[in-house]
Design a protein around this ligand. Structure first.
Ligand SMILES: C[S@@+](CC[C@H](N)C(=O)[O-])C[C@H]1O[C@@H](n2cnc3c(N)ncnc32)[C@H](O)[C@@H]1O
Length: 218
């Protein structure tokens, strides 16, 4: 089993993602899709959402580029691969991209992720994506919040165009990890236009903030 000290290439600490509660996300996704859906989950980490979706009756294939993260996933098929380059040669009822993967800066990255979703969805399938609430990145200030046993401290850095540089420090059990990242604001109009280019249509927001979006493959 992977050392609890492991940190993935994107700076996500394994120990933190093992400790964080799944919160409302699995039920939000579950309510938006059909029972017993096949789900391709991109960037699953050690299975925080995976486990709950499996328990809700779905058949999940978990993808992460860290085998060390996947070693902790239970109840799902696992694929160690870059989610932005994935081609499994099969389709699913649902593709799920949580954890703001879609906010990776650059239209070329979004296009690749949208293409991956489109390629892996059956006709009429759903792409469920979690993004930063539109506008939030550009107005964000320093914040701190408790998520289960984890204290999360967000530091807002510089803004360049629609991209925010930021850092998240996670505190858990006397230890701390600092993850620096850049994230690009993604308004509805941009998502709708870029999704349309790969045959995906934005159909609804799953939450009031518009952080969770459902798209359909036509
Ligand atoms: C912040 S963690 C979140 C994990 C999980 N989605 C959750 O909500 O608990 C992000 C995960 O995405 C993975 N990841 C980041 N970029 C990726 C990529 N290009 N392809 C596959 N996995 C990626 C990381 O290895 C990490 O496990």
């Amino acid at each position: 089993m992977t050392s609890p000290d492991f940190v993935s290439a994107d700076g996500s600490p394994l120990a933190v993602y093992l400790a964080l509660p799944a919160g409302d996300a699995p039920m939000l996704v579950h309510r938006a899709i059909r029972p017993e859906s096949t789900i391709l989950e991109l960037g699953s980490g050690p299975g925080r959402l995976t486990r709950a979706l499996v328990a809700l009756g779905h058949d999940v294939t978990a993808v992460d580029d860290s085998p060390e993260m996947l070693a902790h996933v239970t109840g799902a098929d696992c694929v160690a691969a870059d989610a932005f380059e994935l081609d499994l040669g099969r389709t699913f009822d649902v593709v799920l991209a949580a954890s703001t993967l879609i906010n990776r800066p650059g239209a070329e990255h979004r296009a690749r992720l949208l293409e991956v979703a489109s390629r892996h969805l059956r006709d009429g399938g759903s792409f469920i994506v979690e993004r930063f609430e539109p506008g939030w990145l550009l107005s964000a200030t320093d914040t701190a919040e408790e998520c289960g046993p984890v204290r999360m401290v967000f530091e807002a850095g510089a803004i360049t165009g629609s991209v925010r540089s930021a850092a998240m420090t996670y505190h858990l059990g006397g230890r701390s990890w600092r993850q620096e990242f850049d994230a690009e604001d993604l308004p509805d109009a941009v998502l709708e236009a870029e999704a349309a280019a790969v045959g995906l249509v934005v159909t609804r927001h799953l939450d009031d903030a518009g952080s969770w979006v459902g798209l359909t493959h036509r």
